[in-house]
Each structure stands twice: as C-alpha cells, then as structure tokens.
Design a protein around this ligand. Structure first.
Ligand code: HEM
Ligand SMILES: *[C@@H]1O[C@H](CO)[C@@H](O)[C@H](O)[C@H]1NC(C)=O
Length: 354
C-alpha cells in the first residue's frame, strides 16, 4: 500500500517534470505515465525477481543481525552509515548489484577498489565483513554479499533518522569485478548535469532518482580535492563558483587552503553532518551544495527539471523520504543476478573456490 502510494507520487512528479520540458506532448506523456502506473499496480513485474521475503525461511532474523552490526559500527564511527550506503551505490552502478565492489585483487580479479571513485575513498569493507561473519554464523552459505550491501544501506539510513523500507532480496554474487566499469559508469563530482543524467539513465534511473538519491549527501564526508576547484579556479575562471553561498565559500576556503593537501574531510551537509534528513535540499536552495554535482542540480542553467524536484523536497521532507525509499529500491534492482546465476560468496572479498 505504502509502496504504491510512493509510486503514485513518483509518477506524478515525473509527469509533472516532463510536462515542463515538453509542453506540446504533455497529454501523450500523461497517458504514458498512466499506463505505466496501471502496469505497476496490476503487474508488479519491475522487481519481480527480488522479494522482501526471500530469506524468511532460510535466514530468519537476518535484518536484525545486519541492524545490530551497523548500530555497533555507528557507535564507534558516526560516519560509517554514510560510508556503507555509498558502497551499495558503487556496487549497483558497476555491472549491477552483484557485490563486485567488495572483491579484492587476486590472480583473476582486478579489484574495483583501485578505481578512481573508490581509491582512498570507499570505506566500510571491514563492517561488511563483520556483518557477513555474523550472518554466516547463523545461516551459512545462504545470504549473498550483494544483499548484505542492500540491507546495510537501509539500516544505515534508518539508524540515522531517515526512512525505512522493505529491502528487496534474492541477489546473487558475481564472480567478476570491473575496474573500467567503476571508472566509467560511476558519476564524478566534476560531471556536468547532462553527464550525470546520462550515467543514471544508463542504469535505468531517471531525473527523480538522480535528485532523490543525491539526497544521500545529507550525511558523510568529502575530501577537499573533490571540490576545491570550486573555491579558487572554477572552470578555469580563476575565481570561485558563482553558485556558492559567500559565507559557505569562506568556511570551505578555511578548511581547504589553496594548494593544500586535498585529503581534509568536510561535512557534505554542514547543518546536520551525521543525520539523514532533508537538509541537503535546503542547502542546495541556499547555495550550500558541497560538490559541483550537488549544486548544479539546482543552479545549472539547464537545471529546470531537476531544480523543480529540489524545490519540492526543500519544502517537504516527507516526500523526500517516501521517494528515497522508492529510488533506493530502484537502484537496488539494477541487473541483479538471480536464480542459479552467480553464487553466494563465503567471503565477500573473494569468489568461492571451485
Ligand atoms: C549523483 C552523483 C554522485 C556523485 C558525483 C557523487 C560523488 C561523491 C564524492 C566525490 C564523495 C566524496 C568521496 C570522498 O571524499 O572520498 C561522495 C560521498 C558520498 N556519497 Fe556520493 N556521489 C553521487 C551520488 C551518490 C548516491 C546516489 C549515493 C547513495 C545513494 C551517494 C552517497 C554518498 C555518501 C553517503 C557519501 C559520504 C561517504 C562517507 O562519508 O564515507 N552518493 N560522493
Ligand atoms: C585555472 O584553471 C585553468 C584551466 O584549468 C588553468 O589553465 C589555469 O592555469 C588555472 N589557474 C591557476 C591560477 O591555477
């Protein structure tokens, strides 16, 4: 019930946004949206391969185990929930949600961990190992690492004050990694808006998903090197990004001196750094998006579609939370391996021995 309500909102927003872009064909788009909507009600095919009850018999108590380990990790390191949801994202955008991001280098594997978006950046692998060990102790050989990432992402959001959702399960683990895929498919903080849109579209995610999922930058940290060009030499102009709020700019310049070591950490959300809330969108409206890829969703000259969505969330945290749950399920449904494809890894860092 809740989910179909979310779908309705999603579609209403989607059709509204598309109408703005193409007013001449608005009725056709509305009809198409209605058809999709009816299809979603009567034929829930889009996520049919995965199911929230997948481990009900084979591993009851699974989500409580994941929640407990993530909670302990959060106590030791308040940043950890942010790091964990990011791993699920970096998994899903590279050959689907197949646990590929977790594989270490080996004779047959070139790890995604050394790809640019992950190197000295992706973290939380030890916590995934801890969850896997706790799960293996109770239901050995049953739960995939790809599903553990999806469950850890949901636990991370709900433990940080964000929404909860029924995680769709039944993914199997891949036996390959794709370092080039990690370099090419994952969005860069320097990507132009249309590049972000096409990288999301390539995995079946639309503008609503792009804006909604970017809202995960409501917690966690980013290193200076990922945005310092905005402070000193934006697009080669030798001046700051004009979309930056002036007092926020001063704060960031203090934390990230020009020519300094680019590894200093900054809160992605300067208002409530560890809470999952709607402040990210409020920040964008105030010129306080940290990354270029954040702020351009609102401020780019071609941002009318995405800016409308940002505005709608800045005024309504509930609608962000509802849509975040839907978009996480959408992201978690990217090309899963199911049935007898792939395997259930014993150790998330390596493929099983044959
Ligand atoms: C839209 C395109 C996106 C870009 C360009 C992007 C880029 C980045 C960058 C550069 C960082 C900082 C990494 C570092 O300093 O080491 C970061 C952090 C983060 N990203 Fe994204 N991201 C995007 C979308 C997403 C999505 C879809 C999610 C999850 C649904 C997400 C979740 C996070 C989180 C939670 C952090 C903080 C991680 C931590 O503190 O360890 N991002 N992102
Ligand atoms: C600013 O960036 C441009 C283009 O990236 C570069 O050519 C120029 O040397 C930079 N200026 C400074 C002061 O670093």
């Amino acid at each position: 019930m809740q989910k179909s309500k979310n779908l309705v909102k999603h579609l209403v927003l989607f059709s509204m946004v598309d109408k703005r872009r193409m007013p001449s064909s608005s009725s056709r788009i509305l009809a198409a949206a209605l058809a999709i909507f009816m299809a979603c009600i009567f034929l829930p095919v889009s996520h049919a391969q995965l199911s929230s009850s997948f481990y009900d018999d084979s591993c009851p108590g699974l989500s409580e185990i994941v929640l407990t380990v993530v909670m302990q990790a959060q106590i030791l390191d308040p940043r950890m929930p942010a790091s964990l949801i990011r791993l699920h994202f970096h998994d899903c955008f590279v050959d689907g949600c197949d646990g590929s991001v977790l594989l270490d280098d080996s004779e047959d594997i070139v790890s995604e961990k050394s790809a640019n978006p992950n190197k000295n950046s992706a973290r939380g692998f030890d916590v995934i190992d801890d969850i896997k060990s706790a799960v293996e102790a109770v239901c050995p050989g049953v739960v995939s690492c790809a599903d553990i990432l999806a469950l850890a992402a949901e636990a991370s959001v709900s433990l940080s004050g964000g929404p909860s959702w029924d995680v769709q399960l039944g993914r199997r683990d891949g036996t390959t990694a794709n370092k080039d895929g990690a370099n090419n498919n994952l969005p860069s903080p320097f990507d132009a808006l249309d590049t972000l849109q096409s990288k999301f579209a390539a995995v079946g995610l639309n503008d609503v998903d792009l804006v909604t999922l970017s809202g995960a930058h409501t917690f966690g940290r980013a290193q200076c090197k990922f945005f310092s060009s905005r402070l000193y030499n934006f697009s080669g102009t030798e001046s700051p990004d004009p979309s930056l709020n002036p007092s926020y700019l001063m704060e960031l310049e203090e934390n990230c001196p020009n020519g300094g070591d680019g590894t200093t950490l900054n809160d992605l959300d300067p208002t409530t750094p560890d809470a999952f809330d709607g402040n990210y969108f409020f920040n964008l409206v105030n010129g306080q998006g940290l990354l270029q890829s954040d702020q351009e969703l609102y401020s780019d000259s071609s941002a009318s579609t995405t800016a409308t969505i940002v505005d709608s969330y800045a005024n309504n945290e509930d609608s962000f939370f509802d849509n975040f749950a839907v978009s996480m399920i959408n992201m978690g449904s990217i090309s899963p391996l199911t049935g007898s494809d792939g395997e259930v890894r014993t150790n998330c860092r390596q493929v099983n021995e044959s």
